[in-house]
Design a protein around this ligand. Structure first.
Ligand code: NAD
Ligand code: ZN
Ligand code: ZN
Length: 343
């Protein structure tokens, strides 16, 4: 094993990632070393590299929280995985395991949680250090590149759909049909929901139809909210907002049926006004949702292993990372770019 690995590093917020050779980390007690095979590029990596959010990572750091690879070394005391296992190193990198939230199997909101590619180095590198108690276990039959988008985009939309409470036969709006949303459409169909996909880009909507969406609406056009209310017969029972745009949040809340739930997962920086009277008088629930638990991860991966959900991927080398970021920023990535480490 060489002592150095290639990595894409955020040295300063708002600057391009710097490709450099850094030391391969050594797993300490209770840690594992994963040799990266693939890592998806999530819009969150852009927010991370720009320092968009109130909770900021500390440069220099290596982004990437859709890293899939093979366990190549174990620190002392590790029993949860063995060498040769294929695992994913997700956004929920670790949690304390004993606070009220961890005990309630809501480890995603643990106050001591660490985040992959954010507070811990992530998958835009040839090796990743990981906590074996929180890695995703990749089912046999799923390749590394296929699995990568599932461990953030997949789990986040699967969980978010469940959090809307929408039931089979009811309507859900999936707002934003990018990396997250194109999987959201498929999970919603697999869960028996009627899907109305909305985006500002017609090509994303065509893709949503190919993936099974029952209706699509381009929200750039006037009358879009009314069109969604019409097609859903009075508003959607659930709305899942994945779009990294504040406009989508205002529109999304207006698309909810009376007593329905709007789940927020997109994370553009900023705040948006809430139409208080409508929310109160229509008994609407607005709910945040943050990735998913380890149990959600297993369920989300099982849908893919059974062939019910399939990420649409474009492979790129690590050296293309800055160009991929530019395209993601411009809305120019059809679904998900996955960095391929196989060569
Ligand atoms: P993406 O860039 O791949 O996709 C975004 C999609 O939204 C694109 O198709 C774009 O055309 C569409 N869009 C843009 N403006 C819109 C608007 N006004 N209305 C409707 N659609 C619009 O991004 P992604 O990787 O899917 O991530 C989306 C967001 O979700 C990011 O903000 C990311 O940080 C966040 N995220 C949150 C969680 C969580 O746990 N809550 C997890 C992962 C990602
Ligand atoms: Zn993500
Ligand atoms: Zn905890």
């Amino acid at each position: 094993m060489s002592k150095k690995m290639r990595a894409a590093v955020v040295e300063e917020f708002g600057q391009g990632l710097v490709l450099q050779d850094v030391d391969i980390p050594t797993p300490g007690p209770g840690q594992i070393l994963v040799k990266t095979e693939a890592c998806g590029v999530c819009h969150t990596d852009l927010h991370a590299a720009r320092g968009d959010w109130p909770l900021k990572p500390t440069p220099p750091f290596i982004p990437g929280h859709e890293g899939i690879g093979i366990v190549v070394a174990l620190g002392t005391g590790v029993t949860a995985v063995k060498e040769g296992d294929r695992v994913g190193v997700p956004w929920l990198y670790s949690a304390c395991g004993h606070c009220e939230h961890c005990l309630a199997a809501w480890e995603t909101v643990c106050g001591e949680a660490e985040f992959g590619g954010y507070t811990k180095n992530g998958g835009f590198a040839e090796y990743i250090l990981a906590d074996p108690n929180y890695v995703a276990h990749i089912p046999a039959g799923l390749s590394a590149t296929e699995a990568a988008p599932l461990i953030c985009a997949g789990i986040t939309t699967y969980k978010g759909i469940k959090e809307t409470g929408a039931r089979p036969g009811e309507w859900i709006v999936i707002s934003g049909v990018g990396g997250l949303g194109h999987l959201g459409v498929q999970y919603a169909k697999a869960l028996g929901l009627h899907v109305c996909a909305v985006d500002i880009d017609d090509s994303k909507l065509t893709h949503a139809t190919q993936l099974g969406a029952d209706a699509t609406v381009n929200v750039k056009h006037p009358g879009a909210v009314e069109a969604v209310i019409k097609v859903t017969g009075g508003g959607a029972h659930g709305v899942l907002i994945t779009a990294p745009s504040l406009t989508a949040f205002n529109q999304g809340i207006a698309m909810v049926r009376k007593r329905g739930t709007c789940v927020l997962v997109g994370l553009p920086p900023g705040e948006f006004p809430t139409p208080l009277f409508d929310v109160v008088a229509n008994c609407i629930t607005i709910r945040g949702s943050f990735v998913g638990t380890r149990q959600d991860m297993a369920e989300a991966l099982a849908f893919a292993a059974e062939g019910k959900v399939k990420a649409d991927i474009e492979l790129q080398p690590l050296s293309a990372i800055n160009h991929v970021f530019e395209r993601l920023e411009q809305g120019d990535v059809p679904s998900r770019v996955v960095i391929d480490f196989s060569n």
